[in-house]
Design a protein around this ligand. Structure first.
Ligand SMILES: Nc1nc2c(ncn2[C@@H]2O[C@H](COP(=O)(O)OP(=O)(O)OP(=O)(O)O)[C@@H](O)[C@H]2O)c(=O)[nH]1
Length: 408
């Protein structure tokens, strides 16, 4: 599935789960008081499991985001004041701090929980909780009054809507998170976005119990699921190019049907490229080649095999069909050129040309070419590893024949 396909699937799942949460909210209203008390624990249980996973995977941002969600959920449960004004302060503070903290944590870089900055972040959350508790007990204080101002408090009655400042934070954070989710393709960004969106309805409904249980449960579930997805992605995806990595290829090969073709692709003279222009530019080249291979077409799926070597897998395609597709993409890569920007340029074009060998273009442009070897699964070459080996030998032949070609 393409990254866009993953996002569409995630949004559809979220929409389905939101529908389920609305239904659970209605169901909650039919429960007895004792049953409601049990149901109230569900978000805490899901959150605790999520937090254990986040600690295990060393994802401090998720640990802290779950702390925010569980704190905001649990605080009123255990500390619900009888005094109406204090409840208003507590509600207003939660409505302000939850989206604010989720948005900040979504954008902060990942740091270990037990490092200086991890502890500082956790301490900052505790300080916020302390101030909020203080303001709740002293609603006539300056902070309490501020939290009850019309800009920050929309009324704790049902369906009071979000206060203007809170609505603004939600809108800005949602747009920014949507943008990073699309740009970075990380399920965790999607998880933060989903958790943020899920917390809005209960706050807009003035903290109605059924709504809070159902949608807070959804928020912690979405974030915890995204964490698992992110770990899966890190294990199977190549971070540099965004292509699935070798582990994903090996898993896919185990599930292959009878006929398939494997293309092993290698960037030509890549070592010289690195030596001449620097490792960063080398990385850019790998990303450019990966981008072309990702949209190879012809039923092919690209993987980063390792280093400057890629694999394209063609299920249910003949050798001729796959070779035609690979020759087209090879030509496309050779024709696209690569624009050099900034760092690590050779001191002179002459020097770059000399070092890189053939293919040095003019005016900051260099030619990038690839060679490929293609092999098909046949009766005497049944195992995927044998097909890869044969494709590798043909790749070697393509290199020997002068590179920038496809051999089969
Ligand atoms: N920038 C960058 N370089 C990498 C990466 N992985 C491997 N390399 C480099 O890729 C180069 C591979 O070079 P070689 O295997 O000698 O082959 P080549 O220079 O491409 O030459 P031919 O394959 O014979 O055309 C080495 O210099 C590695 O350091 C990476 O992720 N980024």
């Amino acid at each position: 599935m393409t990254p866009a396909g993953h996002r569409i699937a995630a949004v559809s799942l979220f929409a389905g789960l939101s529908g389920l949460a609305i239904w659970l909210r209605l169901l909650y209203q039919q429960l007895s008081v004792a049953q409601q008390a049990t149901a109230n624990l569900v978000p805490l249980v899901i959150g605790a499991i999520g937090m254990a996973l986040a600690l295990w995977f060393h994802r401090s941002r998720v640990v802290l985001a779950l702390l925010v969600l569980l704190g905001a959920y649990g605080l009123p449960l255990v500390f619900l004041p009888d005094n109406g004004v204090s409840a208003a302060v507590l509600f207003s503070g939660v409505a302000l701090l939850v989206p604010l903290n989720l948005a900040v944590l979504a954008f902060l870089p990942e740091r270990g929980l037990w490092t200086g900055s991890g502890i500082a972040r956790a301490a900052f959350l505790l300080v916020q909780a302390g101030f909020l508790a203080w303001a709740t007990v002293h609603p006539q204080g300056r902070l309490g009054e501020l939290l009850q101002s019309p800009w920050l408090f929309s009324g704790s009655s049902q369906a009071g809507g979000l206060a203007p400042v809170v609505l603004g934070i939600y809108a800005l954070a949602a747009v920014a998170l949507l943008a990073v989710w699309v740009l970075r393709n990380s399920p965790l960004d999607g998880g933060f976005l989903g958790a943020l969106v899920a917390t809005a309805p209960p706050l807009a409904w003035g903290g109605e119990a059924g709504m809070t249980v159902a949608f807070w449960g959804l928020a912690v579930l979405v974030l915890s699921t995204a964490l698992v997805q992110e770990s899966y992605r890190l294990a199977f995806m190549d971070e540099l190019t965004g292509l699935p990595g070798r582990r994903a290829l090996e898993e896919q090969l185990q599930r292959m049907g009878a006929g398939f073709v494997i293309a092993m692709v290698d960037v030509d003279h890549f070592k010289n490229f690195n030596d001449t222009f620097g490792h960063d530019i080398g990385d850019h080249v790998l990303r450019m080649v990966a981008g072309k291979l990702r949209s190879v077409g012809g039923g092919g799926r690209a993987y980063r095999y390792g280093g400057e070597e890629f694999t394209v897998l063609f299920p249910n395609r003949t050798l001729e069909e796959a070779a035609e597709t690979m020759d087209r993409v090879r030509e496309e890569i050779a024709g696209s050129g690569f624009r050099l920007r900034g760092v690590d340029r050779p001191e002179s074009p002459k020097k770059g040309a000399k070092k890189r060998g053939k293919g040095q273009g003019q005016g900051g442009r260099v030619q990038v070419t690839v060679s490929a070897g293609l092999a098909e699964r046949t009766g005497d070459r049944m195992r995927p590893q044998e097909v890869i080996k044969a494709a590798d030998e043909l790749l070697y032949r393509a290199k020997k024949k002068g590179r920038n070609r496809v051999c089969r």
